[in-house]
Design a protein around this ligand. Structure first.
Ligand code: ATP
Ligand code: MG
Length: 444
């Protein structure tokens, strides 16, 4: 069943088409001229198809078609013309008509043309949803003040040439943000190149980043530029920078200072203009303290630091993200009506999300596939989330001081955590602060 609008200045035609379409099970509105048609459309007609006469006083069918297309390029319009000249037909199709009918026509012809036009219209809508799903535009609007400040700062940082360090737990969206920063930067139309510092051996990583010349090592059969050169004029995203081997740290440091380096095995120097964005989910200060990361490099990349908050620190956004992931996953799976049951929503908002946005996205995608009918139920969610209960908060006794509560809370978190960093992270304070508090409260 579809919503149709019939536009014709002849009352008889309006009436017979209306009767016919109603008998086909469609909803029908009629308009005697283009003006009334545009009015009906403007007032939320939500028509799937407009069937319009060609010759009408004031504004003819072709002009109406153009106006409709100007307002909503996806609208499906079929023109009916008593003067089935080739020119008319060509003009109509050029202006975006889905099809045309030449008068006089049989009802069978009308039905055929209308069904086909509706089918095409559906395809178009579906394609748009599919495209949106595949494009995966990141969701950057946020209700969380920390996140909003972060995005604002990232916008400003994007405009500068400064090296940017992205910190944050796994799955918070560091890669996503790095790409956005590049898009917001004056380098947007130049390459954005990602290099993961974890996946390759030291030798491969060096050649990947800086390139090599023929004969530099076994297998180096010809000269090869590295990713830094490939990114000339653009941005290099160094993912998991804490894993960069120490020897390469020195080479990167020199690049950051002088913007030049040598390909592996080369004697000549290459100059490259690439902006560096680095990311890690590790505590770089700790890596420096433990001698795994060069202090001078740390200070070089520690120019603009953006800390992407964990999802539980911006719980305001959980439902927005969930709904958006649901919309795209549902479109991809061709189940546009899928909704979250209230208990499922509740479980999602109460869960702690150790895997952050990535975990939320995966949970929704899985639920979309597992769910039946039009609802995602509580039990369609992964077990860990399904089981997530809001721990009943023990009401602190009014005679207990704030310090007492803090002491008890820190003691409990420390008992549960494996490392100090983890405890500090849970508490949302730095390791140094945790040290001080632990000493002050005499917690072992
Ligand atoms: N703002 C966002 N909008 C849409 N999707 C997002 C957003 N942030 C994160 N995601 C989703 O979460 C996934 C993880 O994001 P990303 O890879 O950027 O995290 P990360 O912080 O780099 O994690 P890791 O430290 O494990 O590399 C992405 O693939 C994406 O699907
Ligand atoms: Mg990442």
């Amino acid at each position: 069943m579809a919503r149709l609008l019939v536009v014709d200045d002849e009352k008889n035609i309006r009436r017979s088409l209306e009767t016919f379409f109603l008998s086909c099970g469609h909803t029908v509105a009629t308009a005697p001229d283009a003006h009334c048609a545009l009015e009906a459309m403007a007032h939320g007609g939500g028509f799937d198809l407009v069937l319009t006469d060609f010759r009408m006083a004031e504004m003819n069918g072709l002009e109406l078609l153009k106006e409709i297309k100007r307002r909503s390029p996806d609208a499906a319009v079929v023109l009916m013309t008593a003067y089935a000249t080739v020119e008319n037909a060509v003009a109509a199709m050029k202006a975006g008509a889905t099809d045309y009918l030449s008068k006089p026509f049989s009802l069978q012809e009308v039905q055929h043309v209308v069904e086909r036009a509706l089918e095409l219209g559906n395809l178009r809508v579906e394609n748009r949803a599919l495209r949106a799903a595949l494009e995966e535009t990141p969701i950057l609007e946020s209700r969380s003040p920390i996140m909003r400040t972060l995005i604002e700062t990232a916008h400003l940082a994007a405009l500068s040439e400064a090296t940017i360090l992205l910190l944050g737990e796994s799955g918070t969206g560091k890669n996503v943000l790095a790409r956005e920063i590049h898009r917001w930067s004056p380098r947007a139309d130049r390459p954005f190149v990602v290099v993961s510092c974890t996946t390759l051996s030291e030798q491969l990583l060096e050649s990947e980043l800086f390139g090599h010349v023929r004969g530099a090592f076994t297998g180096a059969v010809k000269d090869k530029p590295g990713r830094l050169e490939a990114a000339d004029g653009g941005t290099v995203f160094l993912d998991e920078i804490a894993d960069l081997p120490v020897t390469l740290q020195a080479k990167l440091l020199r690049f950051l200072q002088e913007r030049r380096f040598e390909r592996v095995g080369a004697t000549s120097t290459v100059e490259v203009d690439a902006r560096i964005i680095a990311a890690t989910n590790r505590n770089l200060e700790l890596e420096v303290a433990q001698g795994r990361f060069r202090e001078d490099l740390y200070y070089r990349i520690n120019v603009i630091v953006l800390s992407v908050p964990a999802l539980r620190e911006r719980s305001e956004d959980i439902m927005t993200l969930a709904q958006r992931f649901l919309a795209t996953a549902a479109a991809r799976n061709r189940r546009p009506k899928l909704r979250l049951a209230p208990e499922a929503e509740q479980a999602l908002s109460h869960y702690r999300w150790p895997g952050n946005v990535r975990e939320l996205r995966n949970a929704i995608e899985r639920a979309v596939v597992l769910s039946r009918g039009d609802t995602i139920r509580h039990e369609d969610l992964p077990d860990s989330i399904f089981r997530a209960q809001t721990p009943p908060r023990p009401a602190p006794e009014s005679s207990v001081s704030l310090e007492e509560v803090e002491r008890e809370h820190i003691r409990r978190v420390l008992a549960d955590a494996v490392t100090l960093e983890e405890a500090a992270d849970t508490l949302g304070i730095s390791v140094a602060t945790l040290w001080r508090k632990r000493k002050r409260y005499g917690i072992e």
